[in-house]
Design a protein around this ligand. Structure first.
Ligand SMILES: [Ca+2]
Ligand SMILES: [Ca+2]
Length: 151
């Protein structure tokens, strides 16, 4: 009997925090928030974006990124460091972002607004111990999403 009671107590110890975590995730998913969030667990992505080394490669346009795994994608989000001038010619910008865990990244989609053309050389994404490189090496078409080939 004592054994059984201990098992029950242990199950409660596991189930209650799980319920609490689920509920708080649902609350966070409220659509009233500005930044897109979801009930998926998150993971830290280290993202390196390299601008090409050609004339006018740099851009001040808005750049957005979306990462997809085998089944799901992150939300589409702005990629900007408010403390620096991102995307200068020949420079590599690094971003650490805690986004939805989509599993190993299979596809990366980039959006750039019109008005200041951007020459994207490549994007590297570290997920866990794995690095994936997406090489574009060209001018990105503006005002639409572009899927980057795996390099
Ligand atoms: Ca430019
Ligand atoms: Ca910036």
């Amino acid at each position: 009997m004592r054994f059984r009671r201990n098992v029950k107590r242990r199950m409660i110890a596991v189930v209650i925090p799980l319920l609490a975590a689920t509920l708080s995730a649902l609350v966070v998913a409220s659509p009233a928030r500005a930044e897109p969030v979801s009930v998926l667990s998150t993971v830290l992505y280290h993202i390196e974006v390299t601008t090409g080394d050609v004339n006018n490669a740099e851009t001040d346009a808005t750049v957005r990124l979306q990462l997809c795994g085998a089944l799901i994608c992150t939300a589409e989000r702005d990629l900007d460091d408010p403390h620096k001038n991102d995307r200068q010619r020949g420079a590599t910008d690094m971003y650490d972002r805690e986004w939805e865990d989509v599993g190993p990244v299979r596809n990366a989609y980039v959006y750039v607004s019109c008005g200041d053309a951007w020459y994207l050389l490549r994007i590297r994404i570290k997920y866990g111990s794995r690095f994936d490189t997406f090489v574009y090496d060209n001018w990105l078409p503006c005002n639409r999403w572009t899927g980057l080939p795996v390099g």
